[in-house]
Ligand binder design. Structure first.
Ligand code: OGA
Ligand code: MN
Length: 244
């Protein structure tokens, strides 16, 4: 299984980190000076109030509502992510996953053949700049976020199963028309991430979910303005570039 849900575990930071370590090494944060590998995704400000939707803090979370694989803008994308709910809104704020192995399987043979040797450019700036927040990265941090290349059809290193490796960080296909291939990648993401290949989880405080970024996409769902939502995430580093 590529997504595992453990309800109401209420792990503290140390236990969350210890659980994460069972699956491999922690990934280095794009904020390279950050000391804790526990990433807080929250719209709650330091003073305890809820950030307004137009604030940088809220806008930087908004990108997560588009289908993606964590860190696919890095040369070695993430292996797994572990996301825990701390404070959840009354409604909304679900997280949804899409099985991109199944999405690959249902492509027609012509499309499978055409995609077989295609390479996508995944680009942090392409996917993040529209939401703001590039300015919080230092020059050195940005230098580590240059565009990278990944095969569009990825073979899972452990199961050998093929899957569609697309999502919001995938900008265009190498050697193809930019606008046309950008639209195709968006279509592959949108059409691939459809029922019955999706699962949407409604969070209770304390739930922790682990998923395999090498074969599923995920996205968050919005929730009513003014309500707090605090999640904590760790990321397990990938072991090999996607082509190996
Ligand atoms: C993440 C993410 C979505 C959410 O933590 O990587 O995309 O629902 N989260 O918070
Ligand atoms: Mn994510």
């Amino acid at each position: 299984y590529a997504v595992l849900i453990f309800p109401e575990q209420h792990l503290g930071g140390d236990a969350h980190l210890a659980f994460t370590s069972l699956f491999g090494d922690l990934e280095i944060s794009i904020y390279r000076s950050r000391r804790s590998p526990l990433g807080r995704l929250t719209n709650v400000r330091e003073d305890g109030t809820v950030a307004s939707p137009s604030s940088l803090q809220a806008r930087m979370l908004a990108g997560n509502t588009y289908w993606h694989s964590d860190s696919s803008y890095k040369r070695v994308g993430a292996k797994a992510s572990l996301l825990a709910a701390h404070v959840v809104p009354d409604k909304g704020g679900e997280t949804e996953w899409a099985d991109m192995r199944a999405a690959y399987d249902v492509l027609n043979d012509d499309m499978k053949a055409w995609l077989d040797d295609k390479t996508a450019v995944h680009d942090y700036e392409f996917s993040h700049a529209p939401f703001g927040g590039m300015e919080v990265l230092s020059k050195e941090e940005l230098a580590h976020l240059a565009p990278v290349e990944h095969p569009v059809v990825r073979t899972h290193p452990e199961t050998g199963r093929r899957n569609l490796f697309v999502g919001r960080h995938a900008s265009h296909i190498l050697g193809e028309d930019l606008a046309t291939s950008r639209r195709l990648l968006a279509d592959l993401t949108e059409q691939g991430a459809q029922a019955p290949r999706t699962y949407k989880h409604t969070w209770s405080p304390g739930d922790i979910v682990i998923w395999d970024n090498r074969c599923v996409l995920h996205r968050g769902h919005s929730w009513p303005d003014g309500q707090a939502r605090t999640m904590v995430r760790t990321t397990v580093a990938g072991e090999t570039p996607t082509t190996e």
